[in-house]
Ligand binder design. Sequence first.
Ligand code: ATP
Length: 131
Amino acid sequence: MKTIKVNIVTPDGPAYEDNIEMVSVRAESGELGILPGHIPTVAPLKIAAVRLKKDGETELVAVSGGIVEVRPDHVTILAQTAETSEEIDKQRALEAKRRAEERLKKHSPDVDIMRAELALRRAINRLEITK
Ligand code: ATP
């Protein structure tokens, strides 16, 4: 089976590297399925799971935004944060979700709504991956 090299990089350094049969990412424009030999492209990503298929198994990596660069033999994802399901601290994500929900409920002018919504999305994304 043909594979494509995948690197996920954050400001903290490399987060993931492997040769994968198929990669799916959630781009701003929709789901993008990438097989070896894909045409070169660049796309901004949503806060979502990257799905990495190898040997009949699918591994999930939670990424917070960023961009994907696709070349026929290489996929590079540059993201603000990236965690595999084993790396996610479920309790921390639950607390982040609770804090964001409380901020959004307050309707206070002191609350930065966009910031709270993004924090909520990051927390929900992490929780979905730990399920
Ligand atoms: P928190 O409020 O808990 O920090 P956050 O969504 O604001 O959550 P980020 O700014 O997205 O956190 O991430 C900061 C760093 O902490 C990154 O390195 C990220 O990978 C890590 N991180 C955040 N939440 C978790 C989690 N639940 N489990 C593991 N690592 C996490």
